[in-house]
Write a protein that binds this ligand. Structure first.
Ligand SMILES: [Zn+2]
Length: 71
């Protein structure tokens, strides 16, 4: 994704993806961090249509009891 310089300048900047994700998880609406090719830092976008939105709790965790070994 190409970032406009005007967008880069007005957006909040995060030095790491982890830092950006903290804000994502705290926000009441879906956000997605992406690396900016202008400043090399991370910004957040609310355009998450068709994209995977990061979640704090993974939904693909194994829930099958059949994987438990017999004791
Ligand atoms: Zn930027």
């Amino acid at each position: 994704m190409r970032t406009r310089l005007s967008i880069c300048r007005k957006k909040a900047r995060y030095t790491s993806e982890a830092e950006a994700l903290e804000v994502v998880f705290a926000a009441p609406y879906p956000l997605r961090p992406y690396r900016c090719d202008r400043c090399g830092k991370f910004h957040l976008t609310s355009r998450t249509k068709g994209k995977r939105v990061p979640r704090r709790t993974p939904s693909n965790a194994p829930a099958s009891p059949a994987s438990c070994p017999p004791v």
